[in-house]
Design a protein around this ligand. Structure first.
Ligand SMILES: [Zn+2]
Length: 467
């Protein structure tokens, strides 16, 4: 399953970092205009990123912080931290990383920012800069007033006033930039340290940053968001190379099994996110590798014939009978192809093989509900409740739960679940209306009533319109 989702928490932190957005995450600035960046949800990709980051986070002493990996729906290369609790990775960064080691290097660098508390420091620095700015503007305004009072109408002093404003601005910008460069170098050093401590090469990190440094020479300003937020000075990349080469693991290659998982995820992202002709150009029929067949099977189900797609997926299953994501794909194809009853068995298998991945449980719950068979209703409710307890930010779980409760005639729980789904989608007005109605259906003070009351009185998340 690869889904677009409006990520509420992302919207929240977008507002939080508006002030530092220029220095840290330029791509968020554009995304903010349509209320929070859409996030991609996929059990397989998220699991891979968690597996990539786990040893790094442990070495950095961040194991207990429960740092989340969030995949942003952007095709350009970017990775950033924005609130100390999440590492954001554009799907483009995964696509453009040819080896696990390359993206792991970027994650190690971002972990360096997290462990160094760079965001909080930058925020402090920015607050100090804003104070300087206000002083500078007061001084500038003072000059203008003086100009006006002296009756000098040729504007000379007025211009001097404007210059008094812009000169400190430029100074502040430069001091912030040099501050940021210092953070980048520290994050590089920390990243290499984590990689070496976990027996991994920093070569991929160097390769990625070298590529940006080379591109930066030609691209000009603002060409790439990662380059904007990560000035790749030639000296910085040279220092990184020295550090990376001094590690005993410089020449260490990625584990072939991990490389295969990486290639499978890249194939999946291409097949879901790119146009079919692009997918077939990347993965032509002449390419008989597992990732290529995975990409073509997905492209077939999305753009072609369901029966042909199922035959292609069954061949994948034959090759890797314990890969949960092949069964998930089979179930998703059947569910979206209007065959929910047939989707149930492969999705059960996918849930079992994935150790009950909540996103796959939600898909199974959806198939059980869509089957229109009341014999499945209780099972659907049980699975969906278990899923939303562990995966608290995906509206799909709650919207399916609402349908299951509706089928049982439990309208109080149905309204509450619908309200929770609306809240997670960022539709606060609908969430409040449904939660108000749910409150009238529950006995006062019961757990359901309390949850509904929480939604009614919840303030809209910052960065969201109060509508
Ligand atoms: Zn950085």
């Amino acid at each position: 399953m690869l889904r677009l989702a409006h990520h509420n928490k992302a919207a929240k932190l977008t507002a939080l970092v508006t002030a530092v957005v220029l220095a840290v995450a330029p791509s968020l600035a554009a995304a903010q205009e349509n209320r929070g960046p859409p996030v991609l949800r996929d059990a397989e990709t998220e699991q891979l990123l968690r597996d990539y980051s786990r040893p790094i986070l442990r070495t950095a002493g961040l194991e207990r912080q429960n740092i989340q990996m969030v995949i942003i729906n952007e095709s350009v290369f970017n990775a950033f931290v924005a609130d100390g609790r999440r590492i954001f990775v554009n799907y483009g960064a995964i696509m453009q990383s040819e080896t696990p080691n390359q993206i792991i290097g970027v994650l190690a660098h971002e972990t360096g920012h997290l462990a160094g508390g760079h965001l909080a420091k930058l925020r402090e620095q920015l607050a100090a800069a804003q104070t300087q700015m206000i002083i500078a503007m007061l001084l500038g305004a003072g000059a203008m007033v003086a100009g006006a009072r002296s009756g000098n109408s040729n504007g000379g002093l007025t211009n001097a006033g404007a210059a008094a404003i812009s000169a400190p601005q430029e100074m502040i910008r430069r001091s912030l930039l040099s501050y940021q460069r210092q953070h980048e170098e520290n994050a590089d050093r920390a990243g290499v340290k984590y990689l070496t401590a976990t027996g991994q090469s920093a070569r991929g990190m160097y390769e990625t940053f070298k590529r940006f440094s080379d591109e930066g020479l030609f691209a000009g300003r603002g060409a790439d968001p990662y380059l904007q937020s990560h000035p790749m000075a030639i000296e910085r990349v040279a220092a990184l190379e020295g550090l990376a080469r001094s590690s005993p693991y410089w020449d260490k290659k990625d584990d072939p099994a991990l490389q295969l998982r990486h290639d499978m995820v890249r194939a999946k992202i291409s097949a879901f996110m790119e146009r079919p002709d692009t997918v077939y150009r990347r993965y032509p029929m002449s390419n008989n590798s597992l990732p290529a067949r995975y990409a073509r099977a997905i492209a077939t189900y999305r753009h072609g014939d369901l029966r042909v797609a199922i035959a292609q997926i069954d061949q994948l299953i034959q090759e890797q009978p314990s890969n949960p994501y092949f069964y998930e794909l089979r179930g998703q194809a059947l569910l979206e192809g209007g065959k929910p009853v047939e989707a149930i068995a492969p999705l059960r298998k996918a849930v079992q093989l994935s150790n009950s991945a909540p996103l796959i449980e939600m898909l199974l719950g959806q198939a059980l509900v869509a089957s229109n068979n009341n014999a499945y209703t209780d099972e659907a409710i049980n699975i969906l409740r278990a899923a939303v307890a562990r995966e608290t930010e995906a509206p799909l779980g709650y919207s399916q739960l609402a349908m299951a409760y509706g089928r049982k005639g439990d309208y109080a729980q149905a309204d509450l679940a619908s309200a929770q789904a609306a809240y997670l989608r960022g539709d606060n007005k609908t969430a409040r209306d449904l939660a108000s109605r749910a409150k009238t259906r529950f006995a006062i003070g019961t757990p359901g009533w309390v949850k509904a009351d929480d939604i009614v009185s919840a303030k809209p998340l910052p960065g969201q319109k109060n509508n």
